[in-house]
Design a protein around this ligand. Structure first.
Ligand code: BES
Ligand code: MN
Ligand code: ZN
Length: 495
């Protein structure tokens, strides 16, 4: 990403010159609410070009709509961005609008842009951070694996200034850290399985530890074996790559207010094992099966930079799920680190096996809460689609915290039932449980399986199988990895 300079200031619009001025506008029943002073400037300096643009394009300021025109010398172009009705306004609308404006300005080849949005009920500081996040996230294009210097769909914006908002470096710094964490997660997810291996995830954790002074411990096969992690190692046993159990710890200065764990599923490639995936089951997308681990490490980076007063353990049991002569056979029985035995009736339900031992490990740390994120089930996409993750927890207080955090971040989550009676389908004739239950409600039985590995700590699980990747550009995401989870986790820990 060419570095994008962000700033804010109370400079009047007439005092700014550059390539593109992006104007946010509210929709009303009978017209448009413009940023303060625009109508006067339009009439006096721009010969009514803005009023004409709105009329000609029938621009009604609907949320997400845009219109653009060439305007003059000092300010070359103007982009209008709709914010929708003022009573529906929220920070997420602002993030989206800033991103929509930037996309449009970039397509018009602008390099220097300014945003001017009307006043609203929202706090100025919150608005600034949200707009900056929208800009930084939409500007990120992942071209690491493209050889050409020609980068036709890149983002070439060099600077963005938010007019009408006081200079506020801390708000911009927060946006930069949150965006950097999200971008780290995107890049880990988007890089293929021949690059992001379990060892590469461990290296990413070590790099964060070195940069921000965190503690990091990485357990190899023998150490995991000594801890009895038979479920995790069962998944790992067919891979030629060594599994890595990653434990990164952020400790604040002084006594922490809370002690938390974030666990991410880190299957760097999920072939399905002997219950091999088909193309129909998207085997070609299974590099993204470490999306939970990516969110965990992205959040670790942002949290380490923002220094909240909470101790946070970031845990990833990283491995591939492969086939070989050493692969799990369907029917094998594994013993997890809490001594529970698991009959493997489907080798493709491997995520829950890796998470089982990670949950047992975290549960022993005497923490106030554990949240895991996992691309766990295709069924969650059937239920909630590609933009909403499923939240599962027996703890309503923790559910409320996560929903509030998601509300602030703009990432969508929906609480699903942990219906106890569905656990029946996990019962095994020969072991304590099978690793898969009924196909109906598959995301629920997966969550119920995980619950059996948490004994005493308040716990929540986010099934992010649908949300880690997008095939379309939308809001502040470009096609590809979304970095889903980082921003909600940061909001949760900072709250
Ligand atoms: N990694 C997959 C879930 C997944 C599927 C993520 C599609 C993203 C896109 C997981 O390991 C898996 O294979 N789950 C199985 C569970 C089944 C065997 C009970 C599934 O969803 O089909
Ligand atoms: Mn699988
Ligand atoms: Zn998987």
């Amino acid at each position: 990403m060419p570095s994008l300079q962000l700033s804010s200031g109370l400079t009047p619009i007439s005092g700014w010159s550059g390539d593109c001025l992006i104007l946010g506008c509210f929709q009303t029943d009978d017209g448009i609410v413009w940023p303060a002073g625009i109508e006067a400037i339009d009439a006096s300096d721009w010969e009514g070009a803005i009023a004409e643009l709105a009329a000609e394009t029938e621009f009604k300021a609907k949320a997400g709509s845009t219109a653009a025109t060439r305007i003059g010398r000092a300010i070359r172009k103007v982009v209008l961005v709709g914010l929708g009705k003022a009573d529906k306004f929220a920070t997420e609308i602002l993030r989206n609008a800033a991103a929509a404006g930037l996309r449009k300005a970039n397509s018009l080849k602008a390099k220097t842009v300014a945003f001017a949005f009307p006043d609203s009920e929202l706090e100025a500081e919150e608005c600034l951070q949200a707009m900056a996040e929208g800009v930084l996230l939409v500007a990120h294009r992942d071209v690491r694996f493209k050889s050409g210097t020609e980068n036709g769909n890149g983002c070439n914006i060099e600077s963005a200034v938010f007019l009408g908002l006081e200079p506020n470096e801390p708000a911009l710094a927060r946006a930069r850290e949150v965006a950097a964490g999200t971008i780290l997660a995107r890049e880990l997810v988007a890089a293929p399985a021949n690059i992001v291996t379990p060892l590469a995830l461990a290296d990413a954790a070590r790099a964060i530890a070195v940069e921000y002074g965190l503690d990091v411990e990485v357990l190899g096969w023998a150490e995991c074996e000594a801890l009895g992690m038979g479920a995790f190692l069962g998944v790992a046993q067919a891979s030629d790559l060594p599994p890595q159990f990653i434990h990164l710890t952020y400790r604040p200065v002084g006594e922490p207010k809370r002690r938390l764990a974030i666990i991410g599923k880190g299957v760097t490639f999920d072939s399905g094992g002997l219950n091999l995936k088909t193309s129909m089951a998207s085997i070609g997308m299974m590099k993204t099966d470490m999306g939970g681990a990516a969110a965990t490490l992205g959040a670790a980076r942002a949290i380490a930079a923002l220094k909240p007063n909470a101790e946070v353990h970031f845990i990833v049991a990283a491995t591939e799920n492969m086939i070989s002569g050493r692969a799990l056979h369907p029917g094998d029985i594994l013993t997890a680190s809490n001594q529970k035995t698991i009959e493997i009736n489907n080798t493709d339900a491997e995520g829950r096996l890796t998470l089982a031992d990670a949950l047992v490990f975290a549960d022993k740390l005497e923490l106030d809460a554990i949240v895991d994120l996992a691309t766990l089930t295709g069924a969650i996409m059937v239920a909630l689609g590609k933009r909403i993750s499923g939240l599962f927890t027996p703890d309503e207080a923790l559910a409320a915290e996560l929903k509030a955090a998601a509300e602030r971040s703009g990432e969508q989550i929906w609480q699903m039932p942990l219906e106890d009676s569905y656990a029946e389908s996990l019962s095994s004739v020969v072991a304590d449980m099978k690793n898969t239950g009924s196909r109906d409600g598959g995301s629920i039985s997966a969550a119920l399986f995980l619950q059996r590995f948490v004994d005493k700590t308040p716990w929540a699980h986010l099934d992010i199988a649908g949300t880690v990747w997008t095939d379309k550009d939308y809001s502040y995401h470009n096609k590809g990895a979304t970095g889903y989870g980082v921003r909600t986790l940061v909001e949760w820990v900072l709250a």
